[in-house]
Design a protein around this ligand. Structure first.
Ligand SMILES: Nc1nc2c([nH]c(=O)n2[C@@H]2O[C@H](COP(=O)(O)OP(=O)(O)OP(=O)(O)O)[C@@H](O)[C@H]2O)c(=O)[nH]1
Length: 174
């Protein structure tokens, strides 16, 4: 059975058990010092004000890489080459509003200056994550609600293996 993270388990689901899976491209933009970009969800969206990795839903016919390139451009004014997108992890999350499949991707290269085109806030965060609250929020699963941060922690420990050009990166700084 697929590993599904259930967020806000105490809240009713719109259509229990019959919901389509919504694919979402999620970008983990990593700087050489290990800091990663978090943005706040704009007013008017579900979970407004929550911190998340930038990204958004795939449109019809789009690959994860194409969707991420589009979303980063639309939301943040950043340009990337889809070929630079490194697929990382996938996670199904059962929210009250939707069942989403998050395609977490790492990015080490981008162009442009950050522009908050949807009125979001941003932070280059470190581990342990300082921004709060983060998505998925108020999760009641036994794994806790900061799974992607745990993945980051695990990966940072072997960071030099993942990113040969950043061998001088110090995990003591995170
Ligand atoms: N971008 C992003 N979405 C996430 C993360 N974690 C997470 O559960 N999600 C969920 O993935 C979905 C993304 O939807 P969205 O509303 O941000 O996407 P979008 O910009 O394409 O939406 P819209 O065009 O309908 O406004 C939401 O249900 C959101 O709660 C994350 O780290 N980043």
């Amino acid at each position: 059975m697929a590993d599904i993270l259930k967020a806000d388990a105490h809240l009713a689901r719109d259509v229990p058990g019959e919901r389509p899976i919504v694919d979402v491209a999620v970008g983990v933009l990593l700087q050489a010092d290990g800091r990663f970009l978090l943005t706040s969800r704009p007013a008017g969206k579900v979970y407004a004000g929550y911190w998340e990795f930038p990204g958004g839903k795939l449109e019809a016919g789009e690959s994860v890489e194409q969707a991420l390139a589009r979303e980063l451009h639309e939301e943040l004014g950043l340009d990337i080459d889809p070929a630079d997108v490194q697929r990382w992890r996938e996670q199904l999350v059962d929210y009250p509003h939707a069942l989403v499949r998050l395609h977490f991707c790492k990015l080490f290269d981008w162009r442009g200056e950050l522009q908050m085109r949807e009125g979001q806030a941003f932070v280059w965060d470190t581990l342990p994550v300082q921004a709060a609250p983060v998505l998925p929020g108020r999760c009641r699963c036994s794994n806790g609600c900061r799974r992607s941060a745990a993945w980051l922690q695990a990966d940072f420990k072997k960071y030099s293996l993942l990113r040969p050009s950043h061998k001088d990166f110090s995990i003591n700084s995170i």
